[in-house]
Design a protein around this ligand. Structure first.
Ligand SMILES: Nc1ncnc2c1ncn2[C@@H]1O[C@H](COP(=O)(O)OP(=O)(O)OP(=O)(O)O)[C@@H](O)[C@H]1O
Ligand SMILES: [Mg+2]
Length: 299
């Protein structure tokens, strides 16, 4: 527990949740956007930070498209700015009831950011501290695939409330997602649970569910022991709506995918509440006898 306590607690933010997977293309950004919007629809104050600087998907998924000369090199202006006055901070974009920030808001959608060693760790700090997030109940961070940066900086420096891992049913995705679980567990970041995405296809004609990807029956302890936060079916409408900037929980509220995302959001709220209750139970309820009633808490 002590390693958690040394990490930076983000001011005015109730819970910081990272959404990751060892695997690319499994739906991390889709889950992040729809989870953030679902939580906001339940009345929470929510921020969404795109942690993927080299392949930011959040702008398109929330309807922000920026054209620019794709060949022009983009070098990120990096600077450590922890103590910025509120009026100097960057205002996040407000859409669908959430506050959003992404490197993709500043560059053309086909432009590539120049690779710089160690840039991603510094960049994520900059986005956390230089954006005027205000008071939030939840900040959702959409991670790039893999287990390097900015994952390492976040796990090492920031007091993360928990991680959600996203996988698809195939064994090859589950293997990589298990790696991400191991990374979080080694860093003592609580893993809140797994979202199994693209889990079956609901036929729009007959309503029956068909498996698109063969389900793996191989046990993977790291994944199987975690709470299953939800299974999201595959629906082409999720892509068309996502590409047009309409999260499916807004555009097709009664669709099986939207209902599944609402369920995931409710599970996440429940997991965090259970962990908070457990943490407060572990706090001493009576003060130990000490001279003159002075008691210094050691947390
Ligand atoms: N349940 C779903 N049904 C249909 N399409 C989906 C579903 N979930 C995600 N997709 C689509 O799959 C593609 C990849 O999704 P997404 O960008 O969310 O994955 P990712 O894990 O964030 O990818 P990356 O690793 O590149 O960051 C997108 O086109 C998205 O619209
Ligand atoms: Mg993504």
């Amino acid at each position: 527990m002590s390693h958690q306590l040394r990490r930076e607690q983000l001011e005015h933010i109730g819970a910081v949740i990272v959404v990751g997977s060892g695997k690319g293309g499994v739906g991390k950004s889709t889950v992040s956007v729809n989870l953030a919007v679902s939580l906001a629809r339940q009345g929470a104050r929510v921020g969404l930070l795109d942690g993927d600087a080299y392949g930011p998907s959040i702008p398109m998924m929330v309807g922000v498209r920026k054209r620019a000369d794709a060949k022009a090199e983009v070098i990120l202006p990096l600077a450590e700015r922890k103590d910025l006055a509120v009026e100097k901070k960057i205002p996040p974009l407000q859409r669908y009831g959430i506050k959003i920030m992404s490197v993709g808001f500043f560059i053309g959608e086909e432009q590539a950011v120049a690779p710089i060693a160690d840039a991603l760790g510094m960049l994520i700090r900059q986005l956390l501290y230089s954006v005027n997030w205000g008071e939030l109940d939840y900040l959702i961070i959409d991670l790039p695939p893999g287990t390097s940066e900015p994952q390492a900086t976040l796990c090492r420096e920031i007091a993360l409330t928990g991680a959600i891992v996203v996988t698809t049913p195939q064994e090859i995705a589950r293997v990589d997602t298990a790696k991400a679980v191991t990374m979080f567990q080694r860093a003592h970041v609580p893993v809140l649970g797994v979202v199994q995405n693209m889990d079956g296809f609901v036929c729009p004609h007959c309503g029956q569910t068909a498996a698109i990807f063969p389900e793996s029956h191989e046990r993977r302890q790291q994944l199987d022991e975690l709470p299953l936060l939800g299974r999201i079916p595959l629906d082409p409408a999720a892509v068309t709506n996502g590409d047009k900037g309409y999260p499916i929980v807004v555009s097709l509220v009664d669709s099986p995918v939207a209902v599944a995302f609402e369920h995931v959001a409710a599970q996440v709220v429940q997991q965090i509440a259970a962990r908070n209750a457990q943490a407060s139970e572990q706090q001493p309820t009576t003060l130990p006898d000490k001279e003159e009633g002075h008691y210094e808490r050691e947390d």
